[in-house]
Design a protein around this ligand. Structure first.
Ligand code: SF4
Length: 184
């Protein structure tokens, strides 16, 4: 059988929502409409590592980009991306087409155009905690993992499109994904 020689890199939780913070997923375990779409396109799917799960575990609290955007977490992201870069460079050297990277709208780590920001920190108990939770907002910028990933790609002079899945708007998400295939 002929292989398609096409690869796409996707955020971990699209295939495994167990990595998300508890209660955060709008789907069961696999985001089927997105994965089925990719399967029908006959593209090889590379599942990126989940930077938050591997940093703070399954029982972590939801955090904002402001909290994750620190040297410790950025270094953690860099280390996770290194083996992905080896895969990526090998595929590119062998003439494969890498269609792009698919992140998650709103994620403090994997957001591409939108990330959750909030200037949190410190004691969260009682009324003070409730007030703090109301201060978060969706900023038009990438999350930490995507920021680090695109920085490494720039260092390596590799140009890839980044798009994001909007779990609340799957019809538009599929259109965005489709655009990655149009020029190929
Ligand atoms: S950090 Fe990224 S891969 Fe992990 S659950 Fe959040 S959006 Fe998904």
């Amino acid at each position: 059988m002929n292989r398609s020689h096409k690869i796409i890199l996707i955020s971990h939780c699209l295939l495994n929502a167990n990595s998300k913070i508890r209660g955060a997923a709008l789907y069961g375990t696999v985001l089927l409409p997105v994965i089925e779409f990719l399967l029908k396109k006959d593209v090889g799917i590379v599942q990126l590592p989940c930077p938050e799960h591997s940093f703070a575990g399954e029982s972590r609290w939801g955090q904002s980009k402001d909290q994750y955007n620190n040297p410790f977490y950025r270094n953690h992201c860099r280390k996770l991306i290194q083996p992905v870069m080896y895969q990526l460079k090998d595929y590119l050297e062998q003439g494969y087409i890498v269609l792009g990277v698919v992140g998650i709208k709103g994620s403090p780590s994997c957001g591409v155009k939108h990330t959750y920001k909030a200037c949190w920190g410190g004691e969260m108990s009682g009324k003070k905690g409730e007030k703090i939770f109301q201060e978060g907002y969706l900023a038009k910028e990438p999350g930490v993992f995507i920021e680090v990933f695109s920085g490494i790609l720039a260092e390596e002079k590799i140009d890839l499109p980044f798009v994001e899945v909007d779990e609340e708007n799957l019809p538009d998400t599929l259109k965005v994904l489709d655009s990655l295939f149009i020029s190929q």
